[in-house]
Design a protein around this ligand. Structure first.
Ligand SMILES: N[C@@H](CCC(=O)N[C@@H](CS)C(=O)NCC(=O)O)C(=O)O
Length: 192
């Protein structure tokens, strides 16, 4: 929504704190973030939120125009949403850390390899600079992955390095990093 310049008000929920638990109880039907409130609508899942925003603001072109490309962008986004459990568990997103001696285990390496293949193939077909040419939901879904690769010093292949550089240099992502710098909480299990 920040990238697309859709205005919204943000409520920060400090996860794994007492205050955060109360907010999760009060605001989040699945006791997880993110949640979007829009008038009567409460949406509690990231991909559903992206779909809703893309439908509500068609002029933002948040999916590719061509039906086949749109289908592929949905598959790429859905794979991010439903897979890469080893990467999620072993490389938690941590904007405030850079680690230079991280060694991924085999399962995590398999996720890393699959992600690089997926992104490089999309960039090869589209010609970039985003996964499907212009910025889409698929790029938003992989923004936290770009951050994880940076934090854990994962070597990139082919077109993935320049792509992640673009993702991390995006104004909305820079804002995310700057917001994180101002947070005092530490989540012990995310300090690998
Ligand atoms: N299916 C959810 C997963 C969301 C999710 O894993 N949220 C994590 C943070 S990224 C969370 O709220 N964790 C806090 C908790 O489980 O207590 C989505 O993508 O919207």
């Amino acid at each position: 929504m920040k990238h697309a310049r859709v205005k919204f008000e943000e409520v920060r929920i400090p996860l794994f704190t007492e205050a955060g638990l109360t907010l999760l109880e009060d605001l989040c039907p699945a006791k997880q973030v993110p949640v979007l409130y829009d008038a009567d609508l409460v949406l509690w899942d990231s991909l559903a939120i992206c779909e809703y925003i893309a439908e509500k603001f068609p002029e933002k072109r948040l999916w590719p125009e061509a039906v086949n490309e749109r289908a592929k962008a949905r598959a790429v986004s859905a794979e991010m949403h439903s897979s890469f459990q080893a990467l999620r568990a072993n490389m938690p997103m941590n904007c405030r850390r850079v680690i230079d001696d991280f060694v991924p285990n085999q399962e995590t390496q398999n996720d890393i390899a699959r992600i690089q293949h997926l992104l490089d193939s999309a960039l090869q077909v589209s010609g970039g600079p985003w996964l499907f040419g212009h910025y889409t939901v698929a790029d938003a879904m992989f923004a936290p992955v770009a951050s994880r690769f940076h934090t854990y010093g994962i070597e990139t292949v082919n077109r993935v390095g320049p792509y992640f550089k673009r993702v991390l240099g995006d104004v909305s992502m820079q804002q995310w990093y700057s917001d994180a710098e101002h947070e005092a909480e530490v989540i012990p299990h995310a300090e690998v």
